[in-house]
Design a protein around this ligand. Structure first.
Ligand code: ASP
Length: 312
């Protein structure tokens, strides 16, 4: 295992392949321990983890909380509605408060791309980006990769189709960087209005039809239609969207017969994915993604805390 050279985890872009592989290997070992019901409560003993969420989350926040608890950290959850951010406190004042509290690990979700990176410059803690605007969601990409690797035995050479609202998706952006770093073939599939202009430059194939986009895919990753980030009508209606881009059994048949189906959640059933596919245990790995989320976050917290020990 290589010593992790970064103090924070702010993005997958720029994270080198061996460190991604190391994080996945460590997460795999935590996944095994979790299944055996074993914890490692001394690893982060005496460390303080603050979950600072400026945007809603159920899965990610709970997952970080559980991960931190399994490693023995003291955890405080701060959400916008209860903090003084509502009273007009700036992000930088919040940083000063967190420093005064001697926070070791800071998990941040924010609606503005780049907010966790800004905080990282101002706090002593190791910062983990838990989703910033439309920019990145690095732990989601790691948990997706771990799920794929467990199911397919590898990442290299696989064809992964990322479908739907790619434009607004930080999950898509982090996944694209990670999968390309691990030598997977990546396609983005969606209407032209929901595919970012820079997609082709990133080195992915762009498809506007599910039939060609899903052809021979090993992995079909569906994304939530992010209405809250849309300005203006980018899709005619949810019903139209489902007809052309919603994943149902008929469209899934265009992928490889053993293709797995993923979704980061929360799902809009009947909009980007049909319940029959989402709940099909033979194809859907959505439950396993949530399970791997805890293991991946344990690996990230453990790795960054080792850096804190070195720097202390
Ligand atoms: N939960 C993911 C995120 O925070 C995906 C989504 O919201 O659609 O980006």
């Amino acid at each position: 295992m290589y010593p992790f050279p970064h103090r924070h985890l702010l993005a997958i872009e720029g994270l080198e392949q061996p460190y991604i592989a190391d994080l996945l290997d460590l997460a795999e070992s935590y996944a095994l321990l979790n299944r055996q019901g074993k914890t490692q409560r001394d690893l982060l003993k005496g460390r303080t983890l603050i979950n600072l969420f400026f945007e809603d989350s159920t899965r990610t926040r709970t997952s970080f909380e559980l991960a931190g608890k399994r490693l023995g950290a003291d955890i405080v959850n701060m959400s916008v509605s209860t903090s003084s951010v509502n009273k007009g406190e700036t992000l930088l004042d919040t940083a000063a408060t967190l420093n005064a509290m001697q926070t070791d690990l800071l998990v941040v979700r924010h609606g503005i791309s780049g907010a966790p990176a800004l905080l990282a410059q101002k706090v002593d803690a190791a910062v983990i980006n838990a989703g910033d605007g439309t920019h990145e969601h690095p732990t989601q990409a790691l948990l997706d990769a771990l799920t794929i690797r467990r199911r397919k035995g590898r990442l290299e050479g696989l064809t992964v189709a990322i479908c739907g609202d790619v434009l607004h998706s930080r999950v898509a952006r982090s996944n694209i960087h990670l999968l390309l770093a691990m030598n997977s073939r990546v396609r983005v599939v969606g209407p032209p209005t929901l595919i970012p202009a820079e997609a082709a430059r990133l080195g992915v194939e762009v498809h506007h039809h599910m039939k060609t986009g899903l052809k021979d895919a090993d992995v079909v990753m569906m994304l939530r239609l992010q209405k809250e980030r849309m300005t203006g009508g980018l899709v005619p209606s949810a019903r139209e969207f489902f007809r052309f881009y919603g994943l149902d059994a008929e469209k899934l048949a265009w992928a490889k017969p053993d293709a797995i189906v993923m979704h980061p959640g929360p799902m809009n059933r009947g909009v980007e994915i049909d319940s029959a596919v989402a709940d099909d245990p033979a194809r859907s790995v959505i439950g396993e993604q949530v399970e791997m989320g805890v293991a991946v976050r344990m690996a990230v917290l453990d790795t960054l805390a080792r850096g804190l020990r070195r720097n202390a």
